[in-house]
Design a protein around this ligand. Structure first.
Ligand code: SF4
Length: 385
């Protein structure tokens, strides 16, 4: 593991500057920016010009934006800002995975992870500080919920990663895909996530196609329906169990929205999309808990009629989790049952183990200073393993 020039010392970062009163233009989508310029007495097309400067050229100094008049540049500097998160830690795994610990203006920390592969570069973005959903195998869940991220705080993760990767000028280091699968439940921060995704997909900003932006949910059924009404993009569902009794323990949200309702919502979502698409299901394999052949066979029945891409993810262990990674034999047996039933199944490689790349592990270590995780000194599930 390498640590790359940390720009901020965690112990002193708490005093990071804040621009509280001025509008942070990083968080405005095209419609909001057009309204902003019209309110200033200027033209709508300034929005596209400004978005190109910020998101495509990485420029945050208004005075460098030379297709805007001097007067407009001065006005923008007076009433607005382009303010990014602070990089507190910048870690590079030996497998190329890069993780940034980012500090918010209020002193909280979040994580963003870049995963380079041969044919793509995927950025995993956070949507909340902590998470309220308390999935039993998740490091972020153990921190509890703190607050939603603003649109600007979500987009800043994409902006920073783009700029930092660009600076390296290495081939193949570009962001081609964004997954909202970092800290938090994106659909419980609905409006900010939808605005941020529309900026990611805007041709004057990051220009990502709908096949390359994925929002992941633990299964907030009413919000899946709302999302399908608002955006044409990919949906991932964190499934992790094949029946309600098991899922109630692993993903407590299942008590509110059980599997039957969740599957029906997935089918409605697919029906609303313009192009033929599939739901990506994420399934973390936990040794002896959800990785047996009977679970795989139950999954086959559950997913009948739902266009599926199944991602099987070997558990990335963290201290005090109480869970173990499934054996290679258990993973291949599980995968084979799904595959033989005609379900497209991919076994994901564990990435960035040496930099604690699983969601929430690094910020969790920082949060440990607050002692908030102590209630989990005794893991809740699977300790008999
Ligand atoms: S797995 Fe996702 S939804 Fe569940 S606690 Fe972790 S961050 Fe929240």
């Amino acid at each position: 593991m390498n640590e790359i020039q940390p720009q901020l010392d965690i112990d002193t970062a708490i005093q990071a500057p804040v621009s509280m009163q001025r509008t942070n233009l990083l968080g405005l989508d095209r419609t909001a920016l057009e309204e902003f310029f019209v309110a200033l007495g200027d033209k709508k097309f300034r929005a596209a010009q400004l978005m190109k400067w910020i998101h495509q050229l990485g420029v945050t100094d208004f005075q460098l934006m030379n297709n805007l008049s001097k007067e407009l540049r001065n006005k923008l500097a007076e009433i607005s800002c382009i303010e990014n998160l602070q990089v507190a830690k910048d870690l590079l795994s030996k497998d190329g995975t890069r993780k940034w610990l980012l500090q918010l203006a209020d002193g909280n920390f979040i994580e963003t992870v870049f995963i380079p592969e041969d044919d793509r570069g995927t950025l995993c973005v956070s949507s909340q500080v902590g998470c309220a959903l308390d999935c039993s195998f998740c490091s972020t869940g153990r921190q509890g919920f703190n607050r939603n991220l603003s649109t600007a705080e979500i987009i800043s993760q994409v902006w920073l990663a783009s700029v930092l990767l660009e600076e390296e000028m290495k081939p193949g280091r570009k962001i081609t895909n964004v997954v909202m699968m970092g800290m938090g439940e994106p659909l419980l921060n609905f409006d900010n996530v939808v605005r941020a995704v529309s900026i990611m997909m805007d041709d004057f900003a990051y220009g990502l196609s709908k096949r390359r932006v994925t929002v992941s949910t633990a299964g907030v059924v009413p919000a899946i329906d709302r999302l399908g009404d608002r955006l044409d993009m990919r949906l991932a569902v964190s499934l992790h169990a094949s029946n309600d009794a098991l899922r109630n323990k692993l993903v407590p949200l299942n008590n509110k929205y059980p599997l039957k309702e969740l599957m029906a919502a997935c089918v409605r979502f697919i029906d609303k999309q313009n192009t033929r698409s599939r739901i990506t299901f994420e399934y973390v394999l936990l040794d002896g808990i959800n990785d047996k052949p009977e679970h795989a066979r139950e999954l086959v029945k559950l997913l009948k009629g739902v266009p599926t891409l199944m991602n099987l993810i070997p558990f990335n262990p963290f201290e005090g989790s109480g869970y173990k990674t499934s054996s290679k034999q258990a993973v291949s047996r599980f995968s084979e049952i799904l595959h033989n039933a005609g379900i497209t199944t991919v076994v994901r490689k564990t990435r960035g183990e040496d930099i604690a790349a699983a969601c929430g592990q690094l910020a969790g270590k920082i949060e440990d200073k607050s002692r908030r995780h102590r209630r989990f000194a005794v893991p809740r599930f699977g300790m008999e393993q």
